[in-house]
Design a protein around this ligand. Structure first.
Ligand SMILES: [Zn+2]
Length: 284
């Protein structure tokens, strides 16, 4: 193999032995059927690919190169505070939480909470990225529909950007992650009539009160219901899947209508799922 051909081959398959490169990700995304018209909410585990040449920047670059508009949660749990008292069955232990001592004031350039992942924080740093100003549940988006998609978010309806995506033919893209982090399932919970919780966050002006979705740890239970709609692929070591947002939301609605406790987790120490069960199936 000539030096030049060798270099070209390396570029196609990644920038180093065993590495996943920009072109691998672009090809994998196109194989899923994504293109410039795609509106996509994306959840990524960077480590799931194996080694990515260029890291999160490469993943964000490939997503932007293939898709039209991208949106992802940039949630900032750092701002949350717990009051001494509040509404009942709110999935929260009231009282002086140690987190109150370390809570930070919301600011527009605040990084997303570390548990949200490195890709949202990379997208936040992109000069073309737009972010909502919700003090705890902000979204970051980039692309031609970003402004319109983000515009509807309010304190009462924090998931409005994902509702917009659902109603405009959008897709869910899971890269190396499961439905446990698939935020748009909350839109289905809302449409099925599941009432949201209430939370509070610090802003420079005041303590802001807003609606808050339930726990997502039980969302894998949606897997069978959406099976016919899933397009699967593999990029490096990562299992990737694209599902039409509407299919995910409709499946969640149907599951909850059939069983009001559907998609709740079974962890006995999960306060939100415990209180949601209590709300829909009060003990006698
Ligand atoms: Zn739970």
């Amino acid at each position: 193999m000539t030096q030049l051909a060798f270099k070209a081959a390396r570029k196609t398959s990644g920038d180093g032995p065993g590495q996943v490169g920009f072109r691998d990700i672009v090809r994998g995304l196109r194989d899923l059927g994504l293109n410039r018209n795609s509106r996509v909410t994306v959840h990524v585990s960077l480590s799931s690919f194996g080694q990515v040449a260029g890291g999160a920047e490469t993943v964000v670059g490939a997503l932007m190169a293939v898709c039209g508009t991208l949106i992802t949660p940039a949630f900032t749990y750092q701002t949350l505070v717990t009051p001494e008292e509040g509404p009942p069955l709110n999935g929260l232990a009231y009282g002086s939480s140690p987190a109150n001592e370390t809570a930070e004031f919301w600011r527009p350039d605040m990084p997303a909470h570390p548990t949200i992942g490195v890709v949202p924080n990379t997208l936040l740093r992109h000069p073309a990225a737009k972010r909502t100003s919700h003090p705890a549940l902000s979204f970051v988006a980039v692309g031609p529909d970003a402004d319109e998609m983000l515009a509807g978010q309010t304190l009462a309806d924090p998931l409005a950007p994902l509702t917009w995506l659902t109603d405009h033919g959008g897709d869910v893209l899971l890269m190396g992650v499961t439905h446990r982090v698939n935020t748009i399932v909350h839109v289905g919970e809302q449409r099925a009539g599941r009432r949201q919780f209430v939370r509070w966050a610090l802003t420079p002006e005041r303590i802001e009160e807003f609606n808050w979705p339930g726990d997502s740890a039980g969302f894998e239970a949606i897997t069978d219901a959406i099976k016919p709609y899933v397009v699967r692929g593999q990029i490096g070591q990562a299992h990737v899947q694209r599902i039409p947002a509407e299919a995910v939301v409709s499946a969640a609605v149907q599951l909850i209508r059939k069983d009001p406790t559907a998609l709740l987790c079974h962890n006995p120490s999960c306060e939100r799922c415990r209180d949601m069960r209590e709300r829909v199936q009060p003990r006698v």
